[in-house]
Design a protein. Structure first.
Length: 276
């Protein structure tokens, strides 16, 4: 069964998110625990959280994906920016223990002119300072488009972070079709070949989530511009191959398209119809 869901707002709490996602035919969802362009986080209401846990169990929903704020840059050349990123990441992961068995997704970071090697060192240093053995959350590094000085634009760059971290066993991947296409991986004409490369470099066992989005740009553009399903450079045929590929069928998928709730509902229906 296709496990697919939208991005929803946390402003009204956990239970509201789950009910909102369920109301449009989703069986999972993604959300920001805090302001995606800042650092402020909404307090967790424990009663709401318990009702949410009961709801998702009764409705067979999940795993739920928490997305880190876009402004969190573990590789920044500015010490204060890195310190704030550390605080956010540590706080988020502690809160995630209240949601055991779910996923936490982050962009690795941008080196801002320091170079990939130094940026990678800072990312690993940050991850090693906040992860721990026995944590109940899978931490996912997202594949990036390569815009500006982003790290994670190649499978090798992400593999390097995992290999260098002492908690590499706790670090996994989320695959973003728009990002990898704009980074130069041709999933339109050779999805199987790209997945084989992913397996050879990182290992498909590390893939725990897929973002679902089309791209406004051509192959290798490195700009990161999401588009609605079937309306961009990837095309509906690519998504038909994604939802039916044997190694991807059991991996949860999260919509990251420029949509409101009714648009997400429409896309969920489209994707379910594509499943053979």
């Amino acid at each position: 069964m296709l496990r697919i869901g939208p991005h929803v707002s946390y402003s009204k709490g956990f239970l509201n998110m789950a009910k909102t996602a369920s109301s449009i035919g989703a069986n999972t969802f993604q959300y920001f625990m805090r302001n995606p362009r800042g650092a402020r986080a909404k307090a967790i209401d424990e009663k709401d959280l318990e009702e949410f846990k009961k709801f998702i169990e009764e409705n067979n929903m999940g795993p739920i994906l928490t997305h880190a704020p876009y402004t969190m840059n573990l590789a920044s050349k500015t010490k204060r920016t890195r310190e704030i990123a550390h605080i956010i990441l540590e706080d988020d992961l502690k809160k995630m223990e209240m949601l055991p068995g779910n996923l936490y997704n982050l962009h690795p970071g941008a080196h801002v002119g320091q170079g990939v090697e130094e940026g990678t060192r800072l990312i690993v240093e940050a991850l090693d300072s906040v992860l721990w053995d026995g944590m109940n959350t899978k931490v996912l590094l997202e594949t990036m488009a390569g815009k500006g000085t982003e790290i994670g634009r190649s499978f090798e760059e992400i593999r390097d972070i995992i290999d260098r971290s002492k908690f590499g066993d706790n670090i996994y991947l989320s695959l973003d079709p728009c990002h990898i296409f704009e980074a130069g991986y041709d999933i339109v004409n050779d999805l199987g070949g790209v997945l084989e490369e992913f397996d050879n470099v990182i290992g498909l066992e590390k893939l725990k989530a897929i973002h679902i989005n089309d791209s406004k740009n051509p192959l290798g553009a490195r700009k990161d511009r999401h588009e609605k399903i079937g309306e961009g450079s990837l095309g509906i045929e690519t998504f038909e191959r994604i939802v039916n590929h044997p190694v991807l069928q059991n991996i949860p998928m999260y919509l990251e398209t420029p949509n409101e709730l009714d648009g997400y509902e429409h896309e969920i229906k489209i994707l379910r119809k594509l499943v053979k």
